[in-house]
Write a protein that binds this ligand. Structure first.
Ligand code: DGY
Length: 423
């Protein structure tokens, strides 16, 4: 951002605040109008981080609204359907979760970034009753992960949407093994909002819906769904995010005078699990199909979340330095040298500001200040040049997907802006 003068920065800060307010639906935030009209789990927690730059009360409210949808088993759904909206598919009727949780919701979860952002809110705003009240719900959600989504210490997903990286190559093998027979006829809504070349394919969608229909048939009962589960892929993204979130939750717990021994055990387990995701063939952390044991062979932006998890990996640092020199607008969601790379298609190439922020926070925490700063500056440049898009072409910086996007605005306010204080 060195070329950008203070007036530009002030204008961008103002626009980012405006976007958060524009996407505010009264206590919770939608990712963007039209394409995503409900409260999405990790988008919303990033929104809270962004609100914390100018309105702490509103930031806490965002977190409370998300946890108002927590299921009795501890799971926090990936979407809360606060109000009906015919513009989105699959809506509450397709998920069929009635009776499982307090609000209409989806039946799967999303990356557990909440504890990391709650810790940041609390550090700015100690003594708030909200932090006390959220500690047990956060602990229950992490415990649910360790009970239902952990194998050999790695966190796996039961649906690509659970990872938040919907069409990443990590899932290709397990997705190809699904024969989506009997899926009810449906009409996609996403491609009415965004060009189809920027979205998952029809083959992906059939399988997404097939998996939702299976969950609904089994009443979203985790024990029943685990039997003969057709899709279980260990994810470096989820594993490192939960590791980082456990460290943050433990710090919060200690600050609140709580017993955090259980969290310490989870961190040890996850550290062992992360090692099982190291793929020597590509020299990086990689997704692994638990059905076949096969790695995806994909260097993604999730591979670089190791530092966020507290794993200081020199091998990944060397890779990261090389990548910064090669990719014009880092971090690509898939290495551009991979034959599966597709510069505009969602999680198969584009750069996502939120992933950059998570990578950057991890780098800074592990003491790699130069790399953290470089990534922060280049993310700021990308947003300053191409505005608050959902994601960006890593080769040209061109905006893609939805516009006026909540988490891109939040990342700007909390981390990328030269005036950000929340990093
Ligand atoms: C979608 O609808 O594309 C979402 O990513 C699902 O969470």
């Amino acid at each position: 951002m060195t070329e950008c003068d203070l007036n530009d920065v002030q204008a961008l800060d103002a626009r980012a605040r405006e976007i958060l307010l524009l996407n505010d639906r009264g206590g919770y935030t939608v990712p963007t109008d039209g394409l995503y009209p409900y409260q999405w789990n990790w988008d919303s927690m990033v929104a809270a981080w962004g609100f914390a730059a100018f309105d702490l009360d509103r930031a806490w409210q965002e977190v409370e609204r998300l946890f108002s949808g927590q299921w009795p088993n501890g799971m926090v759904p990936h979407i809360l359907f606060h109000r009906p909206d015919p513009g989105y598919f699959p809506g509450p009727d397709v998920w069929g979760t009635a009776g499982r949780g307090p609000l209409p919701s989806s039946g799967i979860t999303q990356p557990p970034v909440a504890a990391s952002f709650v810790r940041r809110l609390w550090e700015k705003d100690r003594g708030r009753p909200e932090a006390e009240a959220l500690f047990e719900p956060l602990l229950a959600w992490h415990r649910w992960f360790m009970e239902w989504r952990c194998e050999g210490g790695a966190i796996f997903v039961t649906h690509p949407w659970e990872a938040g990286r919907d069409n990443a190559p990590d899932w290709d093998g397990a997705m190809a093994a699904i024969e989506p027979a009997g899926v009810q006829p449906y009409t996609r809504r996403d491609t009415a909002h965004v060009d189809a070349s920027m979205r998952p394919t029809r083959a992906d969608y059939d399988r997404y819906i097939w998996l939702v229909e299976r969950g609904r048939r089994l009443g979203w009962d985790e024990a029943a769904m685990a039997e003969g589960a057709p899709f279980r892929v260990a994810d470096p993204g989820m594993t490192f995010i939960l590791m980082g979130a456990c460290r943050d939750l433990a710090a919060l717990g200690r600050g609140l005078g709580r017993d955090v021994a259980e969290i310490g055990e989870w961190i040890g387990t996850l550290e062992r699990g992360a090692e099982s995701l190291w793929n020597p063939a590509i020299g990086a952390y990689d997704g692994r199909d638990l059905g076949t044991g096969a790695f995806a062979g994909a260097l993604t932006n999730a591979s670089y979340l190791c530092w966020l998890g507290g794993v200081d990996d020199e091998r990944m640092l060397a890779k990261f330095d090389g990548m910064l020199g090669r990719v014009p607008y880092p971090v690509a969601s898939l290495d551009p040298a991979d034959p599966r790379f597709d510069a505009r298609r969602y999680w198969r190439g584009p750069t996502w500001a939120i992933m950059n922020a998570l990578i950057g926070l991890g780098l800074a925490e592990m003491g790699h200040a130069a790399q953290a700063q470089a990534l922060r500056r280049r993310t700021a440049q990308l947003i300053a040049e191409h505005a608050f898009a959902e994601y960006f072409d890593p080769l040209t910086g061109a905006p893609a997907g939805g516009g006026t996007f909540t988490w891109t605005a939040a990342v700007w306010l909390a981390w990328a802006s030269p005036r950000a204080r929340g990093a």
